[in-house]
Structure formats: C-alpha cells, structure tokens
Ligand binder design. Sequence first.
Ligand SMILES: *Cc1c(COP(=O)(O)O)cnc(C)c1O
Length: 454
Amino acid sequence: MQYTSTRGGDTATFSEAVIRGLAGDGGLFVPETLPDISLHLKRWQDLPYTELASSFLSLFATDIPGNELNRCVELAYSAFPDSASPAPLVKLSGRLHVMELFHGPTLAFKDFALQLLGQFYGRYIRSTGHSLNILGATSGDTGSAAIHGMLKHPGVHSFILYPEGRIAELQERQIACTGSPLVHPFAVNGSFDDVQSIVKQIFGDAAFSSAHSLTAVNSINIARILAQCVYYLHAALKLGASEDDPLEFIVPTGNFGNVLAGWMLSRMGVRGIRFCVTTNVNAVVSDFFKTGEYCPGTVVPSHAPSMDIQQASNFERWLWWHFDGNSARVRELMTALRRDGKFVLNEIPEKTGIIRTTSCDDAGIETWIRRTWLEKGYMADPHTACAFAAVREDVRSVILATAHPAKFPETIASVTGQFPQHPSLELLKERTVTKQILPADVEAVKTAIMGVKN
Ligand SMILES: *Cc1c(COP(=O)(O)O)cnc(C)c1O
C-alpha cells in the first residue's frame, strides 16, 4: 500500500509516512486506495480485539512483516488493563450503547493510537539504529498519551510543551509526574497558541530538528487514524450494522481525527454505519456540515478542553476523499483558507447523508452530565456529555466515551455532587511535579532541549 499526500506532491510507504508524520508539501498522508473489506467481515466477526486490529492493519502496513505487526499490536494493547477488551460496549438501553475508550494508561481515547504509534517508533529505532525524540505541544490529553506511548522505548526522549497554569491539574500530573529521565515537561509561560507556534518554529529549523532527531507528535499521523478505525469496526461487528438496521456513532469531535477513522470504514464496504459529529461551543466542523462554510475563528475555552479547537487538522483528509482524491481541489481550498481565513462549498450539506452534526455549549454539557447521571446512572465526562446531548431516541446509537470522568472531577462534582476518582490518578496526586518553567521564547526552549543529554 502506497501513501500519497492530500495535496498531491509527495508519496511514502506506510513506515515512512509514520515516521515523517506530515507530507513534504504540507499535506497529510492518506492510503492511495482504500481496500474493500466487506469480504473479510464474516471471518473477522468473532476475532478478539487484537487479532481484529492486526488483520485490519495488515492491509495498510504492508511493509511491516506480519509477525512484527502482530507483536506491535499485542504490546500496544497489553498496556490496557483488560487487553482482551480494550473498548468495552456498555448497554444503556435497547437502542443505546456507550463504547468506553478511556481504559488505557492515560484514561482518554488517544491511548489507542499512541500506544501503537510508540510501538512503531520503537520498531523503527531497533531496525535502523537511528534515534528519535518526540516534540509536541499539548493542551492536555495528547501530550500525556504520547509520553505514556513512548515510555517503554529506551532512548526515546519526550519533550512536551504546554501552557503553564492552563491545563487541568490532573492532566499536568500525567505529564509531569512520570519520574522518568526520558520525559521533559516544559511548562511555557504563554497560551496554547504560543506553545504551538514555538513547536512549529523549531520544526521550521530543519538543521536543529534533524540534529536532535526530533519528530512531531500530533494528531495528523496516519497510524493514529488507522488504529482508531479498529474500535468502530469492532463495535459494528459486535452489534451488527446493516442498511435495514443502521448504527449511528456519536463522536465528540475536535481535530476530526476520531470521527474520520469511523467514516473511512463506510468507504471500505462496511454497510449501515452513520456518524454524528458533536462539538462543544467551538463548532467550526459542525457548522460546516450545516452550511458548507468552513471558517475557523478564535478558540473559546470550554468544559471540554480537548475539543477546544478551531483548526480541525484532519478535516483535510475528509475533503480529499470527498473529492475522490482530487488533490488540486484540496490545494485550492487550503489556499483559500490561508488567504481568506475560510472556504465555502455549496454542494456539501445534501451530499453527506451519513454525517449528522450537533454542538453543545457549557450549559448543555452541565445539563447532560446531570441528566445522564440521574436518568441513566451513567457518569459522562464533559466531552462525552456532548454526545449524550445528541442522542435521538429513534436511532440505534453508539456513543464514543472519549475520556474517563475522573479526569474532570470539578465539573462533574459541581453538577452531580459526586466526585469521580480513578486509582491511577489518586496515585499521581502523591507524586512530585517535575517540570521546567520556560518563557514563551523559541531560543529558550531550544537551549532547554540542548541541555538534555541524548
Ligand atoms: C482529543 C479528544 C477529543 C477530540 O478528538 P479529535 O480526534 O480531535 O476529534 C475528544 N475528547 C477527548 C477526551 C479528547 O482527548
């Protein structure tokens, strides 16, 4: 399987695409063609999760020998306490299930992708003898999931930048209390935008980033998307989806990476699956599917911080498939976005029957945490609450629960009176935070990176 850039100017093998992350022309890597998996579905129906993952991924990671791929997958999901069932389906009623994606090491769905990405990086280091260090900016969940995905791989340093004082306390503890000499939390005195811009400038300095073997860890790596396809497939097989009895996945959305993974299956011959994109008050993507206008503005902070995103980076991949691989069309829109700050597509809304959209403001998040707790006895974190707000009684649905409620105890306690806990987070509360506080200045961050002995 070859990978091509959404902007048409670059190609790569799977392993190259995984190591490089972003394509050379600024686009995102996508599989050149999507396989038709409909013929496999019967055989895959009763496979355990990791075997399903290996079988599915083997169609995409064609340059990794089967036994090595199996091993990467097994090691990735052995990090989940119940590795036989990392994405359990909880039945709330005859028509409503919750797929809990928060049982990984950092209690958010990003572990599904980053545990596997860590295994691919580890394999790369072992097979090439090259070193690799990761550099990323985080507003919370990605940074900790990345760190915990890399921790087991000797020699991989993780430099994670975040805005000092502006991420949740427990999120900071997951980043800054590992006690590992390989993890370097840099708390930057600035906003998330400042932090992201510093990381971009460092990667813009090719000499520096190559001298320190820096690789980006962000939401655009194709391996992350493919790893996420598996839990949708698993749920569709377990619950049965068909045109006559369809299944709607309701997906709390920020960068569009999670829902894109599910949607891709509908282009691979999986029948009867529909999607509901649900955002918080940062409703750029859901507005687009209503109006055809994609117009990112300024981020508004919300109770669901991991969805406080206006530039949905994976949306470019969706556009590429929507235009059947017409990269000239993608380039045109991306140019318009840079030039005018927006683009408009008039034909979108009626063509996307399988995508429904909703959004939920902070008052709605509070209401749905409370209602879900009182009426269903289920505790939803603020991100997942946006999905509960979108449920329609007449449709068979699967809500994707993207984070454990104990990551956001204050919001939940304020509306339910219950203070959710998780043992791994309780342990963190006793550990010391080790971080370097740095000014929002590229040179200061570079100096701090150079100060770490590789
Ligand atoms: C990252 C994240 C999301 C958003 O996922 P995208 O792939 O960016 O759309 C939703 N909920 C939680 C808890 C997250 O960490």
